[in-house]
Design a protein around this ligand. Structure first.
Ligand code: ACM
Ligand code: ZN
Length: 635
């Protein structure tokens, strides 16, 4: 498939003073500045050059790109250390910001500049996305058009933190699956993997000082079948034996991610969500157990007994190994969904509350301040190891630890409160970026999900700053992340189905300046990014172009139809499949008789996406107002 180059109406002045036309490309996230020039560059005849002052990881990234390009376009190019006036040339430019890059394509040369690995990686992703999607694969495709348009790109991300979360506790994913997760993050220029390694349903990280965490804590005896809200049935099958990462394996993942410019932030969720640890070490709980690794989803009452000093020692020992293993600047200590019922009844926790002089006040109970004490102690410990603390927005309840970064998940309120208090925040609101939510309204035909409804356009619409925010507050918003909890997701195929293409929308929120975001331009690129997913072997949700319908009643019944983008919708009322010749939808369709309405959008000359379908049976009350009359019966 050849990429299209669409000229926008915008004219901008080029650095050299002459007019250049601002251009859009089928690249997601879209570069922040792109100008079109005349001509094209033939990548199938090119060699690749790089400066000898590039660091080793950048050289390796350039080399991997070159080998994949040569293989897929069938060229006999070579990789050469040194400068050149021809070919694809990677040069170090220390004047560029950390993650910025520049690409200048002329008929003879593609000049790529960056100040380090991340910039080079993003430049490579942009170049690859301007070429046929086959460049992301491993099969020769020499007969395709391997030219690049002559463009001038200057690009840098809007946010420095561009995260994606992965829950490996509820369901475990293999080393290869974690790597595949990282691969697709690289394609969309993310730079942080938030790895949720521990929870009630499984402890997945080897801790050498506490071997039972993985020997016992990784295995649950049974798992709930169906949805938490309507099932009490368990499968009685053991899950998770051997399902954890050794520290050696973690190092392998860290190196794999680092080579792609991705930092891995580990999460040890505390003091709630700790049943797996309690099953292994019951003495760390308020009641002393016994406890089981949980086979159910939701929030468990049993949490760590933080009144005991031995629990704090356990946490510090675990975090010490985590700090040693993970080079990231941050460690995530969870802090979410920690019920206080056990602490209320526990002599150790109550003694600690008395010792610290914690009191109920008009906003919070003393037990909330007890959690604040735990967070503050963890922060102090992490600081002693040169690390910073991130916690879910519950850490705002009680007293916020002095330098904590707040991860806002219960909507945006926590993040907004944190930045007003002068703290950093990472925005990961469930209202826009909980990718375990349904992506279609046709829930019966979707795999079971936790609930909600988050179509791609809702993710895309998110703006992390608000009107009235000061510049200082805006600067405290480090970035945006999507979370993918896996209670209902057992396989990698299902995982990627939930992730994609919503990840592409996330990437534009993270990377693009507000004026560069453009939903219709994004939709026009959908065939291209889906082609990349196909070539790379990812499953993905294909609801972008579905036609949706909503019934309105009142004065009769009418159906309101909707499809994304500026696409016409055609419909039939006789149950036949709509074609381009079927009536065009212009206003709500009135239903006056028994019929089946089917509607579908027309995109690029073809009927596309899923057909909306609904049957109606005519009767006298159809669409009439309903009046409910209640009567009381004399007893
Ligand atoms: C969360 O979703 N409990 C952070
Ligand atoms: Zn206790």
């Amino acid at each position: 498939m050849k990429k299209t180059l669409i000229l926008s109406a915008l004219l901008a002045l080029a650095a050299c003073g002459g007019p250049k036309e601002q251009t859009t490309l089928d690249v997601v996230p879209h570069p922040n500045e792109v100008y079109v020039q005349d001509g094209s560059f033939d990548a199938s005849a090119a060699s690749v050059y790089y400066g000898n002052d590039l660091d080793e990881r950048s050289k390796a990234a350039v080399n991997a790109f070159a080998q994949q390009l040569f293989l897929t376009c069938g060229s006999e190019g070579s990789v050469v250390e040194g400068a050149s006036d021809n070919g694809i040339v990677f040069e170090l430019d220390n004047t560029l910001a950390h993650e910025a890059y520049a690409i200048a394509v002329s008929p003879k040369k593609v000049a790529v500049k960056a100040s380090g690995l991340n910039g080079f990686i993003y430049a490579i992703q942009t170049i690859k996305q301007m070429l046929p999607a086959e460049v992301f694969g491993n099969a020769p495709a020499a007969d395709l058009d391997w030219t690049l348009p002559c463009v001038d790109i200057q690009d840098a991300p809007r946010f420095s933190y561009r995260g994606l979360h992965m829950d490996v506790s509820r369901h475990f994913f293999t080393m290869d699956e974690v790597k595949k997760y990282i691969d697709i993050m690289e394609v969309h220029k993310l730079n942080t993997l938030h790895w949720h390694l521990t929870d009630d349903q499984g402890w997945r990280l080897e801790i050498k000082k506490y071997p039972l965490l993985t020997e016992v804590g990784s295995i649950r005896k049974k798992t709930l079948v169906g949805h938490l809200f309507d099932s009490e049935i368990y499968d009685d099958k053991e899950y998770g034996r051997g399902c954890y990462y050794t520290q050696e394996q973690v190092k392998e993942i860290l190196e794999y991610a680092a080579a792609k410019g991705i930092t891995v932030i580990p999460e040890i969720d505390l003091p709630g969500h700790m049943l797996a640890a309690l099953a292994a070490y019951p003495e760390l709980g308020c009641t002393g157990g016994p406890y089981d690794v949980w086979g159910k989803w939701g929030v468990a009452d049993d949490v760590l007994c933080v009144g005991k000093e031995e629990t704090m020692k356990f946490l510090e020992d675990v975090l010490a190994e985590v700090c040693e293993l993970f080079p990231a600047e941050y460690v995530h200590i969870g802090g979410d969904e920690c019920p206080k019922v056990r602490w209320e009844a526990c002599p150790h926790c109550q003694a600690k509350i008395a010792e610290l002089g914690l009191k109920d006040d008009e906003k919070y109970q003393a037990e909330h301040y007890l959690q604040g004490y735990v967070t503050a102690r963890m922060e102090e410990f992490l600081q002693s190891k040169g690390k910073k603390l991130i916690g879910w927005d519950e850490i705002l309840e009680g007293e916020l630890a002095p330098n904590a970064t707040v991860m806002s998940w219960r909507g945006v309120a926590g993040g907004l409160q944190a930045v007003r208090m002068g703290h950093d925040a990472i925005m990961t609101p469930n209202t826009f970026f909980y990718l375990d939510y349904y992506q279609s309204l046709d829930k019966e035909n979707e795999p079971l999900a936790i609930g909600g409804y988050l179509p791609v356009e809702k993710c895309y619409s998110y703006e992390p700053t608000t009107a009235g925010m000061t510049d200082e507050e805006k600067a405290h918003i480090l970035g945006v992340q999507a979370n993918l909890w896996t209670e209902y997701i057992e396989t990698a195929d299902h995982l990627f189905y939930m992730l994609l293409p919503r990840l592409a929308a996330l990437a534009e929120v993270q990377w693009c300046q507000p004026e560069v975001k453009d939903w219709n331009r994004f939709l026009d690129s959908a065939d291209d990014f889906c082609a990349i997913y196909d070539i790379m072997g990812y499953s993905y949700g294909d609801h972008l172009f579905d036609t949706r319908g909503v019934c309105q009643t009142g004065d009769g019944v009418s159906v309101v139809l909707e499809a994304q983008g500026e696409t016409p919708i055609h419909y039939t009322l006789d149950g036949s499949e709509p074609t381009p010749e079927s009536p065009l939808y212009t206003e709500p369709v009135k239903i006056t008789q028994t019929c089946t309405i089917k509607a579908r959008s027309l995109r690029g000359g073809q009927m596309s996406g899923r057909t909306f379908e609904k049957s109606f049976t005519a009767h006298k009350a159809m669409g009439r107002p309903v009046e409910i009359i209640t009567t009381t019966h004399p007893n």
